[in-house]
Design a protein around this ligand. Structure first.
Ligand code: HEC
Length: 165
């Protein structure tokens, strides 16, 4: 197709540079809607969030790691470590609600997640080397990160999102 409206690469670059990214726009719009619409709280669904499901799975995976450690089954620990890192992404709307909820605490929340991530990776590496003590040390760091985030956020999340179980 002959494209009469084709724009040069240079123009595209200039155009892009002037445009905030689609994500930034969508995010800002969603945040505005959340912050400004009166009664938005009442409209929040009470169904369990994806976050809750992700957490339940994390809990199960951690239990499996404990079991594998007590059997000194390092290859099992190695298999389980990536599960603590992998995340099912919540759907867009849920993510927006979480972001809106977090506000300026986003950095803190993220850093706990990164700590889980890093500690789980070193646990996997240690398991690969068959270094039991290092596995246990890394496992403790994973748990500290879980605990840190829960102490900081769990209660307020559950109250805010009225998570039912
Ligand atoms: C970045 C923050 C954060 C980190 C890190 C985190 N959690 Fe959570 N977790 C939460 C929040 C917030 C809730 C409460 C939300 C909810 O239950 O809907 C929660 C709830 C839970 C629950 C209760 C779920 C339920 O439905 O009863 C379990 C189990 C859990 N987390 C396990 C873990 C484990 C294990 C780790 C570490 C490997 C971990 N979490 C790391 C934020 C975090």
């Amino acid at each position: 197709m002959v494209d009469r409206f084709s724009i040069s690469r240079r123009e595209q670059t200039v155009y892009r540079a002037k445009q905030p990214s689609i994500h930034a726009v969508a995010l800002a719009a969603a945040m505005m809607a959340l912050v400004t619409s009166p009664g938005s709280r009442a409209e929040e669904p009470t169904t369990p969030m994806v976050l809750g499901a992700v957490m339940k799975q994390l809990g199960r995976d951690m239990q499996a790691v404990t079991g594998a450690i007590s059997r000194e089954d390092w290859s099992r620990v190695e298999d389980l470590a990536p599960k603590l890192v992998r995340r099912d992404e919540p759907p867009f709307t849920e993510k927006m609600r979480i972001l809106a909820r977090l506000g300026t605490d986003l950095g803190k929340f993220r850093s706990f997640d990164t700590q889980v991530h890093d500690a789980a990776n070193s646990m996997g590496d240690a398991a690969m080397r068959g270094d039991g003590l290092a596995v246990i040390n890394a496992f403790a760091r994973v748990q500290q990160a879980c605990l840190g985030c829960h102490q900081g956020f769990r209660k307020s999340f559950m109250e805010h999102f009225q998570t039912k179980r």
